[in-house]
Ligand binder design. Structure first.
Ligand code: NDP
Ligand code: PMR
Length: 404
């Protein structure tokens, strides 16, 4: 009760599925009103777990891998045929952005531990990442660290050059890094003058994945993937997505104007700056981008494009700029009240699944996990699945990052 009273100072009881008769008033900590909650969609039961008919194919794929691994791997980047024409599955090569902490680190660890993946940890703080990898017990031969600051387009281009010089193949790219500034009163800006959350979470990743698409195309790995981490909070068809401020890209006038806060708003929709909304908007851009990639490139390239909501990983550094009381209460709130909590380790395994599980090869999908930790194809909100908006976000982003 004490926890509930502090989190939701004025009488909140969390509704059970399908019931919305709780009373909510304004909360100074969470900034949530009764009306917003009544609008929320509680129907989690609507999220259906679909049986995937491709199971048989995946058994075949697994069989190929098992057979393949009986032959030895020589140099990375080479798939060799033995005299009896069996293919050798080399170590997969995956880039994970923001692998210095939280979800990215946990996924990097999970993949490295299999011994089947070399993880390129693409991070802005080399020393922090090296320490994190060591502390996580990752062995040297399974990872490398390369510098990448997503808040600088020059750094993104430099990273791509450096990666190519390393002559590693690229089989999977995971766009995971993010910043969240819920308490910022004023916007801050990237090296290129874009509001920092959308610059880091969306525009930096947009340029990175556009450039690295060429490298993914060249991969001879059995399943090539481009994964962009999304979130429930960008989806207004969920309760979490209805916690104000809600994601809303509007008519994209701020994005079109360059998000620079001078002659245009720092917000995608052209409105007043709100750090929490900027983050949620950036997640909508992430999910729209994944689908636009799918529409434009899946058929021709065979690359699997996917997004995911890994669960609420309430302990990560994402909340580092939130007030201390929030950071203290958020994990128990998610564990005991919403029951949406997932540990960093488990969330890392989920992301690793999207990277490597032979049963998750369907493209254009936003993956989520149910209470028994089984993956299912989730539904995105109307805005986060709007093809016309996705096309506009794509075209405007191309201009901002210098690709058009
Ligand atoms: P963390 O803060 O632990 O991880 C974020 C990572 O992004 C860090 O490694 C951070 O690096 C890196 N990063 C931030 N800015 C930059 C930059 N400019 N250039 C390169 N790297 C950068 O948060 P999470 O692990 O929680 O977040 C990971 C992903 O998961 C995000 O996409 C987030 O939106 C998503 N997510 C998280 C949820 C949660 O409940 N935590 C729920 C749903 C989705 P550094 O260490 O240098 O700061
Ligand atoms: Mg939320 C099923 C309910 C649920 C889930 C799964 C989340 C996930 N949240 C839920 C409910 C609620 N949240 C409710 C009822 C409230 C009001 C008390 C609430 C509040 C809240 C705040 C203030 N929640 C938050 C915040 C944040 O600052 C986090 C955020 O929005 O970051 C952008 C957050 C989150 N809630 C989640 C998840 C996953 C987050 C982290 C967001 C993300 O990474 O996208």
């Amino acid at each position: 009760m004490a926890l509930q009273a502090t989190l939701l100072p004025s009488a909140l009881s969390i509704p059970k599925e399908g019931k919305s008769n709780a009373t909510f008033k304004e909360s100074s900590l969470f900034g949530v009103s009764l009306s917003e909650y009544i609008k929320a969609d509680f129907s989690y039961s609507a999220l259906r777990c679909k049986v995937r008919i491709s199971v048989q194919l995946h058994y075949l794929y697994l069989l190929t891998i098992v057979r393949a691994q009986t032959s030895a791997v020589a140099t990375p980047g080479v798939t060799r045929s033995t005299s009896d024409q069996k293919k050798t599955l080399r170590k997969g090569s995956v880039i994970v952005t923001g692998a210095s902490s939280g979800l990215g680190l946990a996924a990097a660890k999970a993949l490295a531990e299999t011994g089947k993946w070399h993880v390129v940890m693409a991070c802005r703080d080399f020393l922090k990442t090296e320490r994190a990898a060591k502390a996580a017990g990752m062995s040297k031969e399974n990872y490398s660290i390369m510098h990448l600051d997503l808040a600088s387009l020059d750094s993104v281009r430099q990273f791509v050059d450096n990666f190519r010089q390393s002559r590693r193949p690229l089989d999977v790219l995971v766009c995971n890094a993010a910043v969240y500034q819920p308490t910022a009163k004023e916007p801050t800006f990237s090296a290129d003058g874009f509001e920092i959350s959308v610059a880091t979470n969306h525009l930096g990743h947009f340029l990175l994945s556009r450039l690295l698409l060429e490298d993914l195309k060249k991969s001879d790995y059995p399943s090539k993937r481009l994964i962009i981490v999304g979130s429930i909070t960008g989806n207004t068809n969920t309760l979490a997505g209805n916690v104000p401020p809600k994601a809303n890209l509007g008519d994209l006038r701020g994005l079109a104007g360059g998000l620079n806060g001078l002659n245009s708003s720092a917000m995608v929709d052209g409105g007043n700056f709100d750090g929490a909304k900027a983050y949620k908007d950036s997640k909508v851009c992430n999910m729209l981008t994944m689908q636009e990639f799918h529409r434009r490139f899946h058929e021709d390239t065979g690359i699997t494009f996917s997004s995911l909501y890994p669960g609420c990983i309430a302990t990560t550094g994402l909340f580092r700029e939130h007030i201390p009381l929030f950071r203290f209460l958020f994990p128990p709130f998610q564990k005991f009240v919403t029951k949406g909590f997932v540990s960093e380790t488990d969330a890392g395994k989920r992301l690793a699944q999207v990277v490597s599980d032979p049963s998750l090869t369907k493209s254009g999908v936003y993956w989520s996990w149910n209470k028994t930790s089984s993956s299912f194809e989730n539904q995105l909100s109307k805005e986060a699945s709007d093809p016309a908006k996705a096309k506009k976000v794509w075209e405007m982003s191309e201009k901002l990052v210098g690709l058009a």
